[in-house]
Design a protein around this ligand. Structure first.
Ligand SMILES: [Zn+2]
Length: 311
C-alpha cells in the first residue's frame, strides 16, 4: 500500500440523478459505473420551484471536489439545445431550464436526458450491455419505454427526445393504447405490466394483477404461463421490428414486469424475434435481462454528465 489516497478532480466522479414520480434517486458514480455514495429523497408534487429545489438539494448532499459533472434523467422529452425539460410525466416540470440553473448553482458541466435513455445508457455502460456498441433496451413496467445505443452513442433524434419504443404499431387498428396515447395496436397495449394485469383479471378475477400472474406461473400454473407466453410473443413482434430497424447486437429487457416475468417472456419473444428479423441480425442478435434494477437510471444519468464534461 502506498498510503492515503486523496480524492482529486482527476478521480472524475459524476453525480447521477434519476427523477421519478415518487423518489429522487441520486448517486456519485465512478467512470467504471460503480456507485460510490447514494442519496434519496421524495419527489415533491406541488410546484416546479419545489422540484427544482429538491433536485438541487439531492446534488448538494453528494457534491464534493471529486465531482466533475452532474447528469439528470427526467421523465420528459428534453430540448437538448436549450437544456430544458419540456414537460414531465407525473412531476410538475414544464419548460424548466434545468441545465442553466444547475450549472449556475454547481459550476460543473450538466447533462440532461430522458429517463428511459438514461436507463439504457446505464445498462450499456455498467450492466447487461457492457462492451456492446449497438443495443436496444426495452423496459416493461406500467408503460413500455426504451432507449437505443447506436454505433457507441445514445440515439436521441433531432429533438433529443429519444425513442418511444412502446408506441410502435404491432397490430393495425388493434387495442386502444394506454394513458394519454390516442393510438391503436401499440406494443404498450399488449406487453406492459398494465396489459398483463388486465389479462390476469380476465382469467383469474378482479383481484388478480401482473404480480400474481408471475407468482402463479412460478408455482407452475399452466394458464398463467400461457398468458405470459402470449405477452412474450407480442413482445417478439416489437423486438423483431426494432432489430430490423436498428440492427443491434443485443436487446436488453428491463423494467419491473420485464425482469420479473423474464423467464416466461424470453422463449416466445426470442422465437418471434428470430422469425421476424432478417439476416444477418436474425442469427446474431442476443436477448438479455437487465442487470442494474432501479439503479440503471441514476448510473446512466451520471454517464450523461460525463458525456457533457467530455464534450
Ligand atoms: Zn401508444
Amino acid at each position: 500500500m502506498r498510503g492515503i489516497t486523496v480524492p482529486t478532480v482527476q478521480a472524475g466522479h459524476a453525480i447521477g440523478v434519476d427523477l421519478g414520480g415518487t423518489k429522487i434517486l441520486a448517486g456519485v458514480v465512478a467512470r467504471d459505473g460503480s456507485i460510490v455514495r447514494r442519496h434519496e429523497r421524495p419527489t415533491p408534487q406541488d410546484s416546479q420551484e419545489h422540484v427544482l429545489g429538491e433536485l438541487e438539494a439531492a446534488v448538494d448532499a453528494l457534491f464534493d471536489e471529486s465531482v466533475s459533472a452532474v447528469g439528470f434523467g427526467v421523465p420528459s422529452p428534453i430540448d437538448q439545445q436549450r437544456g430544458v425539460v419540456v414537460r414531465a410525466v407525473n412531476v410538475p416540470l414544464e419548460d424548466a431550464p434545468l441545465r442553466d440553473r444547475m450549472h449556475e448553482r454547481f459550476g460543473v458541466p450538466i447533462g440532461l436526458d430522458n429517463d428511459a435513455n438514461a436507463a439504457a445508457i446505464g445498462e450499456w455502460r455498467a450492466g447487461a450491455g457492457r462492451g456492446e456498441d449497438d443495443l436496444v433496451m426495452v423496459t416493461l413496467g406500467t408503460g413500455v419505454g426504451g432507449g437505443v445505443i447506436s454505433g457507441g452513442r445514445p440515439f436521441r433524434g433531432r429533438d433529443g427526445a429519444g425513442v418511444e419504443l412502446g408506441h410502435v404499431v404491432i397490430v393495425h387498428d388493434g387495442r386502444p393504447c394506454q394513458g394519454a396515447c390516442n393510438g391503436r395496436g401499440h406494443l404498450e397495449a399488449y406487453v406492459s405490466g398494465t396489459a398483463a394485469s388486465a389479462a390476469a383479471r380476465e382469467t383469474f378475477g378482479p383481484s388478480a394483477d401482473a404480480h400474481r400472474l408471475v407468482r402463479l406461473a412460478n408455482e407452475g400454473d399452466e394458464q398463467a404461463r400461457e398468458l405470459l407466453e402470449e405477452v412474450g410473443r407480442y413482445l417478439g413482434s416489437g423486438i423483431g421490428s426494432f432489430v430490423n430497424v436498428f440492427g443491434p447486437q443485443l436487446v436488453v429487457l428491463g423494467g419491473g414486469f420485464g425482469v420479473a416475468a423474464y423467464e416466461y417472456l424470453l422463449g416466445p419473444a426470442e422465437g418471434v424475434t428470430r422469425r421476424e428479423a432478417l439476416e444477418p441480425m436474425r442469427s446474431t442478435v442476443q436477448l438479455a435481462k437487465a442487470e442494474l434494477g432501479t439503479a440503471a437510471g441514476l448510473i446512466g444519468a451520471a454517464f450523461v454528465g460525463f458525456e457533457a464534461a467530455d464534450a
